[in-house]
Design a binder for this molecule. Structure first.
Ligand code: CP
Length: 312
């Protein structure tokens, strides 16, 4: 693997997930292809899980990991050809060159602005940075995707499924803030690329883009979609079709009554999660909640990807 920006060039996503699970079963302590190598992680937005799991993954591979956040970098200019006589001190072109000189792999988190889908889906910060960088890039969540989360979630389903073809449901849930579609897009893409059927359950108007919906069945009723489900993956996202619009639908919170419709289904969420808004305590604290396994698998998803890049 060269870079890990999206899943489009991953030929066998199940093999990449299985490599992560093999690392997990060996306590992460494989050979150290990263000895003497540097991973620089640039975070333009907050993170708990992605930051920690990526740093642990790099350490397990023998790499040295440097984390940079916006307060440790100059204010960036993004426009090509800009006359930089205002508030921006450094162009993304130089930032990408500098990080490429100091790093063997560069990982970036840059959330979307949720104003223009073309900007967020095709010309976001990571895409622009990648044009100027000369080292492999790892997506730690971009304008439209969170592929490391998707890979960890696939690993979790492979680890926990009881049958070959479990019923997997991605359900929208309410949230007071405007959130990206990235996690939902990556979950849908990863699960379908791995050969599973997916049902996406959301209020009307909150459907994902055609590209990321793929062949998923769309339902506008949780009561219908949850019937006999083996996995309920929960996430809020803002509208793609009325780009960035939010919806307050408290009745879409995940409750024990809804989970009782499932086939003793497992509850999944990428975190952070707002308790008793997105999901009630009785569900997230139940034995069927596997959020801790998802969290564990973030380390080995990142390790699987970094190892594949180092060995390329
Ligand atoms: N799930 C996830 O990406 O968590 P963080 O935003 O804390 O990294």
């Amino acid at each position: 693997m060269n870079s890990f920006l999206n899943l489009e060039n991953i030929e066998d996503i199940r093999a990449l997930a299985q490599a992560g699970l093999d690392l997990k079963n060996n306590s992460g302590l494989a050979n150290k292809p990263g000895l003497g190598k540097v991973l620089t992680c640039l975070f333009l937005n907050p993170s708990l899980r992605t930051r920690l799991s990526t740093e642990i993954a790099a350490t397990n591979l023998g790499m040295h990991c440097i984390n940079l956040s916006t307060d440790s970098a100059w204010k960036l200019e993004m426009k090509p050809g800009a006359k930089m006589d205002g508030g921006t001190a450094e162009h993304i072109q130089e930032q990408a060159m500098v990080l490429s000189q100091y790093s063997d792999i560069i990982a970036i988190r840059a959330f979307p602005e949720l104003k223009d889908p073309n900007q967020d889906y095709t010309n976001d910060f990571i895409s622009q940075f990648a044009k100027y960088a000369s080292k492999p890039i790892v997506n730690l969540e971009s304008g439209s995707l969170h592929p490391l989360q998707g890979l960890a979630d696939l690993m979790t389903i492979l680890e926990k499924k009881q049958q070959e073809k479990p019923k997997i449901v991605l359900s929208w849930a309410p949230h007071p803030r405007q959130l990206p579609q990235s996690v939902a897009n990556s979950f849908s893409q990863t699960i379908q690329k791995a050969g599973f059927d997916l049902t996406i359950c959301c209020p009307e108007g909150m459907e994902l883009s055609e590209k990321y919906n793929g062949n998923a069945k769309v339902s506008h009723s949780q009561e219908e979609a949850f019937q006999n489900a083996d996995f309920i993956y929960v996430k809020n996202w803002s509208s793609y079709h009325n780009y960035g619009a939010t919806l307050q639908e408290e009745s879409w919170m995940i409750t024990k009554d809804k989970m009782d419709l499932t086939n003793n289904g497992k509850f999944m969420h990428c975190l952070p999660v707002r308790r008793n808004v997105v999901v009630e305590d009785a569900v997230i604290d139940s034995p069927n909640s596997i959020i801790d396994v998802q969290v564990q698998n973030r380390v080995f998803a990142a390790q699987s990807v970094l190892k594949s890049i180092l060995e390329h």
